[in-house]
Design a protein around this ligand. Structure first.
Ligand code: F6R
Length: 629
């Protein structure tokens, strides 16, 4: 959701011996917005300031960033010293030019952009209307802008004004402001919404995430909750909302701008599907000591507490929650600890039974999903310890967790998740094996054997990707399908759910995932002549009954006219007889099979959407990080 960029630089020329950057603030803002497009948005805008400006210069347009770029080409903006830029995902007020950010106040000398929702905006608006303020948009952001303007008139200081306004706002927000009076300064504030600082030489940056400035610097600061940051080209000052100095955590981004480019693929999604062997391999790297024991360095939780855990609850949303379902099968099997998987938004608003012996595992690619963040807070308030499995450094959820296990999938730009899903499953396996090691549920050689199998998974995932053309051809032949069903048992069940979600998101086709055993309890009524049904078949070398049960399910639906699209292990001759189409995957232990079985389903959804002419990187109505509840 909303993307935010801020920049201030000395500009071209010598400046006190500091090597000065030659880029313009407008270019930095537009480039940052381009890199943040993946977050999802429906309008975009920029604001610029420079010494001598009578008012802030702005441009904003509904629709894609290209519309904004066309606008600034047609009506060029003056050179500037600082800029803020915004991509908006509409909440209050439709996606129009007027509602697009920035919003102006203080005689057009102040510009503000905002990510989040101001929950008490109606009340504040009434108060400001009574003061004689005129509003031009339907947004909650304009209320925040007017509040900052009012405080600025009282304090004469943009940082202080931001603090005064921030203290009055309820809800979630990242706010950035520039004022024509201080043309080298950008001020930002955050409460329950993301904001990171990029540190440069003679220039500094702000962004919703590091992608906003990764082309210029890898050095960054992670702001804490309720902090304000004031950047000039040569300084970064962090305070709390009351103006007291505050600490922000420095970190170095370990991927570069190229990782966030398409690299010759037609779409980010295609590239990210191809990245999956690396995402899994890198997530496994460096996790064992010289004697082969698992060491999860980031886990700061006392080992005695982990030994005492008597229940695990995985909280997550969407695809990340499906990785939790896979984790449940593995952790219960390896550690004999009961595992529940809960959608974070459901967990938060019921009365979950959680105490000091409960371990909550929050799984999130972005580290910013508001529903998951609220679940983390709720769990900790009840006394539970929280481990988060997160892909994005500098995000909020790891900072609010007791411990964090980072996935190393690299930046995931396509809105629908692919490589992060595989990396999340991998990290969850590592957590399960670590708990099994710690609690003595498995012998060290058993754990080593599973780790060896895991280390072989990137090679097998690569094989599945290389077999992708047959999946793509099948998808192209099904471009007119109006409904596709997905069946799986055991760990194949979450794979079926994920396959259905990918198809819904990317191709806008009705798709449902079912536990194959549930079929006879209702869903079989959907089976009609020609109904396409994907079936994820477990390994015939695994628990015997599991394989034969799924084979029976395939026979049942085929007998009723279904067209069966089967994902099966190499050498599974039994199932071949019942498949209309068969997508082979390499042999793997039952619990690890999801890392392979989901890949043809991702490729299928992507190829079918592409055949329909849809944008697979930015499906309609979706945002990459869902930063509102
Ligand atoms: C689906 C998808 C979403 C996310 C969900 C959680 O393709 O991407 O379902 O998995 O919104 O997001 P994170 O992992 O960032 O918490």
């Amino acid at each position: 959701m909303c993307g935010i960029v801020g920049y201030t630089g000395l500009g071209q020329g010598a400046a006190g011996g500091v090597a000065t950057p030659s880029r313009t603030p407008l270019d930095v803002a537009l480039e940052g917005l381009r890199r943040l497009e993946y977050r999802g948005y429906d309008s975009a805008g920029v604001a610029l300031v420079a010494p001598g400006f009578e008012r802030v210069a702005t441009a904003k347009k509904a629709g894609k960033l290209a519309n904004l770029i066309e606008e600034v080409d047609l009506h060029p903006l003056p050179d500037a010293t600082a800029a803020i830029g915004h991509t908006r995902w509409a909440t209050h007020g439709g996606p129009t030019d007027t509602n697009a950010h920035p919003h102006l106040a203080d005689g057009d000398r102040l510009a503000v952009i905002h990510n989040g929702i101001v929950e008490n905006f109606a009340l504040l608006k009434q108060e400001l209307l009574a003061d004689g303020v005129t509003f031009h948009s339907e947004t909650d952001t304009e209320v925040a802008a007017q509040l900052i303007a009012k405080a600025y008139r009282e304090t004469g200081n943009l940082t202080a004004a931001m603090g005064v306004a921030a203290r009055r706002l309820h809800g979630t927000f990242t706010l950035l402001a520039v004022h024509a009076d201080v043309p080298d300064t950008v001020v930002g504030a955050r409460h329950d919404s993301p904001l990171v600082v990029g540190l440069g030489e003679g220039e500094n940056f702000l962004g919703s995430d590091v992608a906003a400035f990764i082309a210029h610097t890898h050095e960054a600061l992670e702001l804490g909750q309720d902090q304000i940051v004031t950047i000039t080209p040569t300084s970064v000052a962090v305070t709390d909302f009351d103006g007291n100095p505050a600490e922000a955590k420095r970190f170095t981004v370990d991927w570069d701008a190229e990782a966030a480019e398409k690299g010759g693929f037609d779409s980010f999604m295609d590239k990210e599907i191809h990245d999956q062997p690396h995402a899994v391999g890198d997530t496994l790297l460096g996790r064992t000591d010289a004697s082969g024991n698992l060491v999860l360095d980031d886990l700061r939780i006392d080992e005695s507490l982990l030994r005492a855990v008597n229940k695990i609850i995985v909280v997550a949303c969407g695809t990340a929650a499906y990785s939790g379902h896979v984790a449940k099968y593995a952790i219960e099997h390896w550690c004999r600890i009961p595992v529940e998987v809960e959608l974070a938004h459901e967990f938060r608003y019921r009365d979950p039974i959680v105490d000091e012996k409960t371990l909550v595992v929050a799984v999130t690619q972005s580290g910013e999903t508001m529903d998951t963040l609220m679940a983390v807070r709720h769990a900790r308030e009840q006394g539970a310890k929280v481990i988060s499995i997160v892909n994005t450094h500098g995000s909020t959820i790891p900072r609010e967790s007791d411990a964090v296990l980072y996935t190393h999938a690299g930046p995931e730009i396509a809105v629908a998740s692919t490589k992060a899903f595989l990396a999340q499953i991998t990290a969850a396996y590592l957590l399960g094996l670590y708990l099994a090691q710690l609690r003595g549920n498995k012998f060290p050689d058993e754990i080593s054997a599973i780790l060896d199998e895991l280390r072989d998974m990137p090679r097998k995932i690569q094989t599945v990707i290389e077999r992708g053309e047959y999946v793509r051809a099948t998808a192209r032949s099904m471009r007119d399908a109006s409904s596709v069903l997905f069946l799986g048992r055991h760990v194949g069940f979450p794979v079926a759910l994920e396959g259905a979600l990918k198809l819904k998101e990317l191709a806008y086709i009705h798709a449902e995932g079912f536990a194959a055993g549930e079929l006879k309890h209702g869903p079989i009524a959907l089976i009609d002549e020609g109904q396409p049904v994907f079936v994820v078949v477990p390994s015939p070398r695994g628990r015997d009954s599991l394989h034969s049960k799924v084979v029976s399910n395939i026979q049942e639906i085929r007998a009723r006219g279904a067209r069966t699209l089967v994902i099966a292990e190499d050498g599974d001759d039994e199932v071949r007889k019942y498949a209309d189409e068969i997508f082979w995957i390499p042999q793997a232990p039952t619990l690890l099979q999801p890392l392979l079985a989901v890949v043809p389903l991702q490729i299928f959804a992507m190829a079918l959407a592409t055949a329909k002419g849809l944008d697979v990187d930015q499906p309609r109505n979706l945002a990459k990080s869902v930063t509102v509840e």
